[in-house]
Write a protein that binds this ligand. Structure first.
Ligand code: HEC
Length: 71
């Protein structure tokens, strides 16, 4: 699932170009970001649409994955 994020954010959560990097953030922070994008609580240009494509369980799994890859 995380492959879908890598195109913009980089394979290890290190961003390419202007995308925000999220490696080094812990799983709880990432979960909150993604849930807020899904609910609309956090303003976004693209991440709201992306987050809505996943269930909360999937977002939690993705958050845990990127948190585990921090370098
Ligand atoms: C089309 C490019 C694109 C894709 C694909 C994408 N993102 Fe993003 N992401 C962005 C942009 C741009 C932002 C900045 C907020 C905005 O404008 O939507 C962002 C912001 C974020 C943030 C907040 C980072 C911060 O420090 O503010 C997180 C977390 C995040 N994305 C996670 C993900 C995850 C997880 C996926 C895969 C499910 C993903 N993104 C897929 C472009 C993308």
């Amino acid at each position: 699932m995380a492959d879908a994020c890598s195109g913009c954010h980089g394979t290890d959560g290190h961003s390419i170009g202007g995308m925000p990097a999220f490696s080094g953030k812990n799983a709880d922070e990432l979960k909150k970001f993604l849930r807020d994008y899904k609910s609309g609580a956090r303003e976004a240009t693209v991440m709201d649409r992306i987050a809505k494509g996943y269930s909360v369980e999937q977002l939690d799994a993705i958050a845990a994955y990127f948190a585990s890859r921090k370098k």
